[in-house]
Design a protein around this ligand. Structure first.
Ligand SMILES: *[C@@H]1O[C@H](CO)[C@@H](O)[C@H](O)[C@H]1NC(C)=O
Ligand SMILES: *[C@@H]1O[C@H](CO)[C@@H](O)[C@H](O)[C@H]1NC(C)=O
Ligand SMILES: *[C@@H]1O[C@H](CO)[C@@H](O)[C@H](O)[C@H]1NC(C)=O
Length: 249
């Protein structure tokens, strides 16, 4: 039994280590959700993360790796300008630094927006043709790889209820603002097959846990059989009167 304790304590150590590494990252969200905006658009960045109890602790914000003088849980950009472009990160009192979130401020009349640029098969795709200062637009058309996919007399979002692989490609939109015929820049949308995804997205610590458990089981099983074999040999040797271990000395 004494031989089984070290693996058990190793297991406890592994479990404790996993808990420490699990200090959750803060989550940075954009509101509205668009990660590319036009000049003068307003954007609110929100930081979600645990705070120490009994202290409404501050939130720290970084823009392109320099600290922003803002300690509130959200950061409001009233009228975006080009220098607001870049990577943002945040952290609360009891969270790890968030993953970076990119915001790009564009200077143009039209901008194609989407909640994300990579979709899984079956996801809904939502495209928005955003005009500068929300100017009224007519005859709005969405294009995929240069081919017109959707036309609206007025400006509307283009929704694809279930993404399929054929929806990957380069998209832009076009419309009439006043008397001007304007087009957005093209952006790429990728639709990925779902079948191969689940295997890639298993959390690494679950994989590690299974590996460690498997290893411990193998070690314990090995110990068990080797002890059993030794005991059996000892019993057999004693029965047959052989004292093999004392022959050398
Ligand atoms: C709360 O947090 C602030 C900033 O982190 C700190 O200066 C202050 O001493 C804390 N207050 C308490 C009661 O822990
Ligand atoms: C477009 O908007 C105008 C007013 O802005 C409205 O009269 C018209 O019915 C709308 N057309 C469509 C197809 O929704
Ligand atoms: C806008 O311009 C494109 C060419 O750049 C043209 O094909 C299209 O018909 C124009 N749209 C309207 C509504 O005039």
């Amino acid at each position: 039994m004494g031989q089984l304790l070290p693996p058990m304590s190793l297991l406890l150590l592994v479990a404790a280590g996993m808990r420490a590494a699990d200090l959750q990252k803060a989550k940075l969200l954009l509101d509205p959700i668009w990660d590319r905006v036009l000049r003068r658009d307003s954007v609110t960045l929100k930081c979600q993360g645990a705070h120490p109890t009994g202290n409404s602790s501050t939130t720290q914000w970084w823009h392109n790796d320099s600290l922003i003088p803002n300690e509130a849980p959200s950061y409001f950009i009233a009228a975006a300008e080009a220098p607001d472009s870049g990577e943002y990160r945040c952290q609360t009192g009891l969270s790890a630094l968030s993953d970076p979130v990119r915001l790009d401020v564009h200077t143009s009349w039209l901008l194609l927006q989407a909640p994300q640029w990579v979709f899984q098969e079956g996801d809904p795709i939502r495209l928005r043709c955003h005009s500068w200062m929300n100017r009224t637009m007519h005859k709005v058309q969405y294009f995929q790889n240069g081919i017109g996919r959707m036309f609206f007399h007025n400006n509307s979002e283009f929704h694809i209820p279930k993404a399929a692989l054929k929806h990957s490609g380069s998209y832009f939109c076009r419309g009439i603002i006043g008397t001007k015929n304007e087009s957005s820049e093209a952006v790429n949308i990728a639709v990925q097959a779902t079948s191969s995804i689940s295997a890639f997205f298993l959390p690494w610590h679950q994989v590690m846990f299974c590996l460690v458990m498997g290893l411990l089981f193998a070690v314990d099983t090995g110990l068990y059989f080797s002890v059993q074999r030794d005991l059996r040999r000892l019993v057999k040797d004693r029965r047959s009167g052989k004292v093999t271990w004392s022959q050398d000395s």
